[in-house]
Design a protein around this ligand. Structure first.
Ligand code: NDP
Length: 452
C-alpha cells in the first residue's frame, strides 16, 4: 500500500505519513455507506437534525485542535484556521435545520392529490482540494447528510488531516458508523473510483477546471449528477468615483488571503484610467503592510504556499513579468512567496488570463463602464468579483453586467454559508451553500393519488 509523507509548508519539516486508500477500500466503504444511508434516511427528520446538531457541537468543542492541524498541514495562519474550523461548525449548525424543512409541493391537478417529495440520492462522493481543506469539505458533506444521504469524501493528497479528524468527530458525536467516511488517497485512484462507482450517485468536486472537466465527462457515462466548483480569475473593478483609500487598503486582502490560493481571489484589479497612478501609489504601502510569516503567530495575515510543487508553478508567472512592487516574506525553509503586484503589457498576458493561485495580482487600466464590464468578462471564468464606486446605479449595472456568481460592492465579501455560492462559465456548475443546498442532494419525486 502506498502512502504520502506530509510536509509542513512553513518549515519543510515532516509531519507524518498517511496511507493511501485502495480501490478495494473505496468499494468496501461505498458498500457500507449504502447500508448506513438507508437507515439514516429512515430516521425521523428530527432525529437526523439532532444528530447533525451534536456533530456541530462536537466540532465546536474541537475548534482549536482542528485549527492547529490546519496550521501544520496547510500553513494557514492560526486566526484564519480558527475561522475555518468555526465555519465548519456553523455550516453543520445551519444545515441541521434542513431535515425538518425539506418541503415538497402540493400541485393542483384534476382527479386527485399531487405531491412532490425530495428523496435522498444515496451515496454522495465529495472530492476536496488542498486550499481550504475543511471548509470546502463541509459545504459538501453537511447539506448532503442533511438531505438524508451518506457521504464518502476524498481530501486532497497534500492536506488530509482535518477531514480525517472530522470523520472521527462525527463518530464521537454519535453519527451512525459508515455514514460519513473519509478516504485519503490519490485523485487518480480514489477520486476516479468515486466517478466510476455505480453506487456513488452524485459527485461534488472542487478543484481545477481541467480535472473538473474530466470528472464531468466520467460522470456522463452513468448520467451521474455533478456539482463543480472550479477556477477563477475574478476582477476587482475600481471606478474613479470610488473611495480610493478604502479600495486600495482592502485590495491586498481580496487576493493575498490564503496566499492567493483561493478560487475567489480578485487576481485582476481593474482601475479607471484617470485614477490608475493614484491607485497604485495607495496600493503599494497596503501591499508592503501585509503581515507574512509564522502561521502560528496571531498577527500573521498570510502564510506560505502549500507545497514546493505549487511554489514552482506560481513562481513561473514571474518569468518576463513587469513587477511593480512586492511585499515581504521570510527567508529560509518553507514555501514562501512575497505578495506581488504585476503590471501586464497586454490584456492577453498569461498573468491576466490564467489562474495563478498564488499571491500575485495584475493591475490593468480601463476607460469607461462598458470597457470595465467587457474586461471583467474577458475570461473563461466567472466566479466572484468586487466593484468599488459611490454611484449606486453604476454599482448595480456593473453587478448585473459581470458574468460571475458572487459579486460584492464596496467590499470583498467572502463566502457566507447562508448565501448561494458558485460560478458562471468554466468556474463551475451548480451552487453550493445557501438555503437550497440540501435540495441539490435529492431527486424530486412526483406522486399522484387518485380520489376517483
Ligand atoms: P486538482 O483539480 O487536480 O485537485 C483537486 C482534487 O481533485 C484533489 O482532491 C485531487 O486529488 C482530485 N483529483 C485529481 N485528479 C482527479 C481525477 N482524475 N478524478 C477525480 N479526482 C481527482 O487540483 P491541483 O491540486 O492539481 O491544483 C492545480 C491547480 O488547480 C491550482 O494551481 C489551481 O489553479 C487550481 N485549483 C483550484 C481550486 C479551486 O478552489 N477552484 C482548488 C485547487 C486547485 P489529489 O490531491 O490526489 O491530486
Amino acid at each position: 500500500m502506498s502512502a504520502i509523507t506530509l510536509i509542513n509548508p512553513a518549515d519543510e519539516s515532516v509531519i507524518r505519513d498517511v496511507e493511501h486508500s485502495t480501490i478495494e477500500q473505496v468499494d468496501a466503504a461505498v458498500a457500507a455507506a449504502s447500508v448506513a444511508q438507508r437507515s439514516w434516511a429512515a430516521l425521523a427528520p428530527v432525529e437526523r437534525a439532532r444528530a447533525l446538531r451534536r456533530f456541530a457541537a462536537t466540532v465546536g468543542e474541537h475548534v482549536e485542535e482542528l485549527a492547529a492541524l490546519e496550521v501544520v498541514n496547510s500553513g494557514h495562519p492560526i486566526g484564519q484556521a480558527r475561522w475555518e474550523a468555526g465555519h465548519v461548525r456553523d455550516v453543520l449548525d445551519y444545515y441541521s435545520g434542513s431535515p425538518e424543512r425539506m418541503l415538497g409541493q402540493q400541485i393542483p391537478v384534476a382527479g386527485g392529490l399531487d405531491v412532490t417529495f425530495h428523496e435522498p440520492i444515496g451515496v454522495v462522493g465529495v472530492i476536496v482540494p488542498w486550499n481550504f481543506p475543511m471548509t470546502i469539505a463541509s459545504w459538501g458533506f453537511a447539506p448532503a447528510l442533511a438531505a438524508g444521504n451518506a457521504v464518502v469524501l476524498k481530501p486532497a493528497e497534500w492536506t488530509p488531516l482535518t477531514a480525517m479528524r472530522l470523520a472521527e468527530l462525527a463518530l464521537e458525536a454519535g453519527l451512525p458508523e459508515h455514514l460519513f467516511q473519509v478516504l485519503p488517497g490519490k485523485g487518480s485512484v480514489v477520486g476516479e473510483r468515486f466517478v466510476t462507482h455505480e453506487d456513488v450517485r452524485k459527485i461534488v468536486f472542487t478543484g481545477s477546471t481541467a480535472t473538473g472537466k474530466r470528472v464531468m465527462a466520467g460522470a456522463a457515462e452513468q448520467v451521474k449528477a455533478v456539482t463543480l466548483e472550479l477556477g477563477g480569475k475574478s476582477a476587482n473593478v475600481v471606478f474613479a468615483d470610488a473611495d480610493l483609500e478604502k479600495a486600495a487598503a482592502t485590495a491586498p486582502y481580496a487576493v493575498f488571503e490564503n496566499a492567493g490560493q483561493d478560487c475567489c481571489a480578485r487576481s485582476r484589479i481593474l482601475v479607471q484610467r484617470s485614477v490608475y497612478d493614484r491607485f497604485l501609489e495607495l496600493l503599494e504601502p497596503a501591499v508592503r503592510g501585509v503581515a507574512v510569516g509564522d502561521p502560528n503567530a496571531e498577527t500573521t495575515e498570510m502564510g506560505p504556499l502549500v507545497s514546493a510543487e505549487h511554489h514552482a508553478k506560481v513562481a513561473s508567472y514571474l518569468d518576463g513579468a513587469d513587477v511593480a512592487f512586492r511585499g515581504t516574506a521570510p527567508d529560509g525553509p518553507g514555501y514562501w512567496f512575497a505578495p506581488t503586484v504585476v503590471l501586464p503589457r497586454s490584456r492577453t498576458d498569461r498573468v491576466v488570463t490564467e489562474e495563478v493561485f498564488g499571491p500575485m495580482v495584475a493591475v490593468l487600466p480601463f476607460d469607461d463602464e462598458a470597457d470595465a464590464i467587457a474586461l471583467a468578462n474577458d475570461s473563461i471564468y466567472g466566479l466572484s468579483g468586487s466593484i468599488f464606486t459611490r454611484d449606486l446605479g453604476r454599482a448595480l449595472r456593473v453587478a448585473r453586467g459581470v458574468q460571475s456568481g458572487n459579486l460584492s460592492v464596496n467590499s470583498h465579501s467572502s463566502v457566507r454559508y447562508a448565501t448561494p455560492f458558485g460560478g458562471f462559465k468554466q468556474s463551475g456548475l451548480g451552487r453550493e451553500l445557501g438555503p437550497d443546498a440540501p435540495f441539490a442532494f435529492t431527486e424530486t419525486k412526483n406522486v399522484f393519488l387518485s380520489t376517483e
